[in-house]
Design a protein around this ligand. Sequence first.
Ligand code: 0O2
Length: 268
Amino acid sequence: MEINEWKKLLIPYEQAVKELKLKFENIQNEYRKLDEYSPIESVSGRVKKIYSILEKANKKGIPINEIEDKIEDIAGIRITCQFVEDINKVVKLIRERDGKDLKIIEEKDYIKNIKPSGYRSYHIIIKYPVQTAHGEKEILAEIQIRTLAMNFWATIEHSLRYKYNKNMPEYIHDRLKRAAEAAFILDKEMSKIRDEILKAQELFETKSNIVREIFKNIQSLYNISEIKEAGELYKKFLILWEEGDIKKLDEFNKKLDTLAGIYGVQKL
Ligand code: 0O2
């Protein structure tokens, strides 16, 4: 194939990479604008180099006229996430678009089924329609979704694999396997931290809701002049607040609810 034919062939792939990258960046920006946590940490994309396409075609015995149907990653998008849990969210976001602006052809879960090299990542192969000057063209693209730790390992392993070109010394191979294990443990540790953060946020939310209810009750009781103990109740609340025991605060609030019921106080 002549260089001009390659150029023509790759144009829709370049367009697809640009469009898909922008679409995922838009999702990320939308979360950020709404002050919400974005499961997408970063997005990158590339069109496979001609020599890499030829190398892969050669390795897999794919004739040149079949590369567009048989090489799925001429267009590639990589989405990195902070936590393993975010990967599922991104996969869900992509599945929701299936049949809309893209078609899912295959999903490859190398997180459940780790590759012998130690490689972990979630791949989704899609068909994506591109509007070109010569009409619509549907191309194949690969979306790789992985954590920062998975990406770090894969980037290093990829460059070493190219450097040694199938002659990787055994000791480097072993080190990479151990590094893959370390990246796996790092992801697990980060997930535990994430759980702790979520639990702490939940606890904070519960506590602030109870305190808000207590304040409403005390304020309502204050508004009824006969209730002298409202001042005492406030003092009691301050003591419980100092203690910080959420259960005691909740019990106290329930007592206030009962008292408000007895006095027929309308909650504010
Ligand atoms: P590049 O240079 O990143 O484009 P296979 O027949 O299984 O070897 P296939 O059918 O293309 O390969 O699909 P697969 O396994 O899903 O791999 C597609 C891409 O995933 C690869 O593209 C890599 O980017 C990445 N990948 C897969 N396995 C490994 C691995 O062990 N280490 C690293 N670092 N990346 C991997 P290319 O074309 O191989 O490379």
